[in-house]
Design a protein around this ligand. Structure first.
Ligand SMILES: C[S@@+](CC[C@H](N)C(=O)[O-])C[C@H]1O[C@@H](n2cnc3c(N)ncnc32)[C@H](O)[C@@H]1O
Length: 309
């Protein structure tokens, strides 16, 4: 069974300023690396509610943390963060919310999940493989223009149009249902090669982000996380590509400024006040961590503190 090494573990604990007896939400449980570290630091009186939309992550978590009354594991999306946290009995006053975005190593390593162009599997790519449509279904129905737009915007793929054309031509011959098949079609359509990078890397990333609505989920979750935090509580977000990081960075900046309509006025109503304060610069893993855990390579951690209302 594949494991998942938590990224920036020390930096996350420091960013969350985990304290004994504190209440935290790990919105991306994965295999529980960060949750385990938080549980250790909160001690016997602490509480953690952990979410993952992947049913396999929750099953693995139930095995790993069986009997730990401090932890509530929820199968659900962080797009509905407030609902899940409240239903778990934490009424909102959290000391910290962590989001470690993207996919876990077990998701990538398991061929059957269909995330990887390195091994052949069904073209699925859903984190929650119990609902919604997988990558094969989307590719079977999407128009050429839509496919090109997804590859261009979410994969920053410069050959998006060519790839989309090739995919539409290929599916007219036979349905595209396997990861290897998709990787081969994309590789044949991309005229150049980047050293050390499979030519289908960007396309797989784009389709995965699209199928899982990853950016929409993130946009929905960030304001909910802020509402759930107590004054002084911390928001920690680890992103793995520039599209996510841009959303996080801009969100924190906006929340630091408050509603610009009221800027400079003597009385600012509570709903228009700044709600966050950025804590330091973005944190990236050092060379030793990247050498030990190559998946950490592109990680960026941003931390902000909730201001008093
Ligand atoms: C990078 S892994 C987290 C690893 C975890 N921090 C650990 O130490 O094991 C990201 C996890 O977030 C989950 N995930 C991604 N988007 C999600 C969403 N919108 N709602 C809930 N879980 C999500 C994925 O299923 C995956 O298991």
């Amino acid at each position: 069974m594949s494991e998942h090494a938590p990224v920036l573990p020390e930096e996350v604990l420091a960013g969350l300023t985990v304290r004994p007896g504190g209440r935290y939400c790990d919105a991306t449980f994965g295999r529980g690396g960060h949750t385990a570290a938080i549980l250790e630091a909160v001690g016997p009186a602490g509480r953690v509610v952990a979410l993952d939309r992947d049913p396999e992550a929750i099953r693995a978590g139930q095995r790993r943390f069986a009997g730990d009354q401090r932890l509530t594991l929820v199968k659900g999306s962080f797009g509905a963060l407030e609902t899940h946290v409240r239903a778990a009995g934490l009424d909102g006053e959290l000391d910290g919310v962590l989001m470690d975005l993207g996919v876990s190593s077990p998701q990538l390593d398991e061929a059957e999940r269909g995330f990887s162009f390195m091994q052949d599997g069904p073209l699925d790519m859903r984190m929650d493989n119990e609902s919604g449509q997988g990558a094969a279904q989307w590719l079977a129905r999407a128009g050429e223009r839509e496919i090109a737009d997804v590859l261009h915007t979410l994969g920053e793929e410069r050959y998006a149009r060519r790839i989309a054309r090739a995919l539409v031509a290929a599916r007219a011959e036979a349905p595209v249902t396997r990861t290897r098949q998709l990787a081969d079609i994309v590789a044949a359509a991309v005229p150049t090669r980047e050293p050390g990078r499979h030519p289908a890397t960007r396309s797989f990333q784009a389709i995965r982000i699209h199928v899982n609505r990853e950016l929409e989920e993130l946009e929905a979750a960030l304001p909910q996380a802020v509402r759930l935090l107590d004054a002084g509580g911390r928001l920690c977000v680890i992103s793995f590509h520039s599209l996510e990081d841009r959303i996080v960075k801009r969100f924190i900046r906006r929340e630091e400024q408050g509603d610009p309509v009221y800027a400079g006025l003597p009385e600012i109503p509570p709903h228009a006040r700044a709600r966050l304060k950025r804590m330091g610069a973005a944190v990236r893993p050092g060379a030793a961590e990247v050498a030990a855990n190559p998946r950490a390579r592109s990680a960026v951690l941003r931390v902000a503190a909730r201001l008093a209302a």
